[in-house]
Ligand binder design. Structure first.
Ligand SMILES: Cc1cc2nc3c(=O)[nH]c(=O)nc-3n(C[C@H](O)[C@H](O)[C@H](O)COP(=O)(O)O)c2cc1C
Ligand code: SF4
Length: 476
């Protein structure tokens, strides 16, 4: 595809000219301010708690827990890095399964009674690291992401899909090897799962987390239910039924906890599944069903957030005040979800300038923020902006298009980015994530995740050679 790498856009003027020439709309400030009075250093309030600045860390797992679901030293290091980043909102840390069959991989964290103190110490290490760098943590808000991975569950063996889902889907059933209805959760099974979410939330509160994220994104179970239009019974069909899972979890958590807050990570919109077409460029996979896409238009390839907006209203009604936005799914349309120049091994060459993907998410969040100004929205998908991430982040926050800027991949390669921006220190160009996608390619091939190209800690590990050999073999 004919689009330049962001690293080749040497000045902010070059970046802005490229956006203009490509009809990609997003705001960007020429100068990034630093210091306590700067736009990104401003605090905001949510649920009566002060959040000390406009940076959030997005949830990111490393496929590096034990098979019992306990954190390892690698998990702890990642969480300490989240703490030293300087971001004042830690959105979920990483996906933590509420029970074994919902783990996305055999090394995903699991929130059982047995694992409670370890999951608590993970938070404590993050907070301690934050305090040691910034002298306080009273304005730091830390939540835990709760998940069931639904059709993308692989709880026992890395290479073995053990999907549980809510409705059949021609393209996705093929991908995860569903051949009959036995993978579909019954209504009773979903009711049991609701109880499991509630129990996990009680544990999260005991472990000191201030909020839980009831995950509804990326094609996992909660998200799939939102699009369960063809499901029959009390969890499918009407909007009311498709949101029952969320509503029942929220009311159950409220009844069972003392002061735990609830947020939702939500795919605001989605597209049909893509696959590599001619020359490996991504294209919609034949057979996709637009009716099973949440937040999509009639063709499944455009955005229609009518129902998303209705859902945000509903969330407000049931006491939710924070939404961590995202879009699409890393399995089915990664160019929508995490724009990248270099695709992961199971991906495809992006069918568009990845900056268009960044702009799409920014515009969707701005639309929701405009309609629902009473809610706090966290933006995602900014990493591809690379050297211009702070410029766009500042402009977005100043324009009120999002309340906080979430960092995903960038924090793996450049953990102290928020602190550097606030302090106005020299931009550490060699730490800037260039979206090589190794942190996705590795786990897709059974290797722990990490920033192998740029993080000196991962550069030295044996897995780096394993990963490079694998990439060579895949290219051959
Ligand atoms: C290695 C890796 C692990 C991730 N794990 C999670 C996760 O556990 N939960 C989640 O909601 N999103 C997860 N994501 C998605 C990120 O939170 C984020 O939405 C995405 O990377 C886009 O943001 P970015 O452009 O800043 O990277 C993960 C992304 C990566 C790269
Ligand atoms: S491996 Fe590192 S450079 Fe590559 S996408 Fe992930 S964080 Fe970015």
């Amino acid at each position: 595809m004919a689009y330049p790498r962001v690293a080749s856009l040497k000045t902010h003027d070059d970046f802005v000219s490229h956006l203009r020439d490509s009809d990609i709309e997003m705001p960007s400030d020429a100068e990034v301010e630093s210091g306590d009075a700067s736009p990104l250093a401003q605090s905001f309030e949510v649920h009566g708690q002060t959040v000390g600045n406009r940076w959030s860390i997005l949830p990111m797992e490393g496929w590096d827990g034990t098979t019992d679901g306990l954190p390892t030293d690698l998990t702890r290091r990642r969480w300490r890095n989240f703490g030293l980043s300087g971001a004042k909102l830690i959105w979920g840390g990483e996906a933590v399964a509420v029970r074994h069959d919902g783990r996305a991989n055999p090394n995903q964290l699991l929130l059982t009674d047995k694992n409670l103190s370890a999951i608590e110490s993970l938070r404590q290490e993050l907070v301690d690291e934050h305090e040691s760098h910034f002298g306080r943590s009273d304005d730091l808000l830390v939540g835990l992401q709760l998940t069931h991975s639904g059709r993308f569950s692989r709880p026992n063996i890395k290479s073995l899909t053990e999907p549980r889902t809510v409705q059949r889907n021609v393209v996705l059933d093929r991908r995860v090897k569903i051949t009959d209805d036995s993978a579909i959760f019954t209504d009773d099974e979903l009711s049991t799962l609701i109880d499991d979410f509630i129990e996990a939330a009680v544990r999260a509160e005991k472990a000191g987390y201030r909020f839980v994220d009831v995950k509804h994104c990326h094609g996992y179970l909660g998200h799939e239910l939102l699009a369960g239009r063809e499901r029959t019974g009390k969890f499918g069909g009407s909007f009311e039924n498709r949101t029952r899972f969320l509503r029942d979890i929220v009311s159950g958590i409220e009844a069972a906890t003392n002061d735990l807050k609830i947020g939702v990570r939500l795919s605001l919109f989605d597209f049909l599944p893509f696959h590599p077409g001619a020359d490996r460029v991504g294209e919609p996979e034949p057979g996709g069903e637009p009716n099973k896409v949440f937040g999509g238009g009639e063709d499944g390839l455009t955005i229609d957030m009518t129902e998303t907006s209705k859902l945000v209203d509903l969330m407000h009604e049931i006491g939710i005040r924070m939404i961590c936005t995202t879009a699409g799914s890393p399995y089915t349309n990664p160019h929508i979800q995490r724009p990248a120049y270099f695709p992961p091994s199971d991906g495809y060459t992006p069918p568009e300038d990845p900056l268009a993907g960044v702009a799409r998410q920014i515009a969707a969040v701005a639309e929701m923020k405009k309609k629902h100004s009473e809610m706090i929205f966290i933006g995602s998908g900014y990493t591809y902006l690379q050297d211009y991430l702070p410029n766009v982040a500042q402009a977005v926050v100043k324009a009120g298009m999002a309340d906080s800027i979430g960092l995903g991949r960038m924090v793996l390669s450049y953990p102290d980015l928020p602190a550097d921006v606030t302090a106005g220190t020299v931009w550490q160009r060699k730490k800037v994530c260039r979206t090589f996608s190794d942190c996705t390619t590795a786990p897709r091939n059974g290797i722990i995740s990490g920033c192998y190209p740029l993080d000196p800690f991962y550069k030295k590990r044996d897995e780096r050679k394993q990963l490079n050999d694998l990439k060579k073999a895949l290219q051959a």
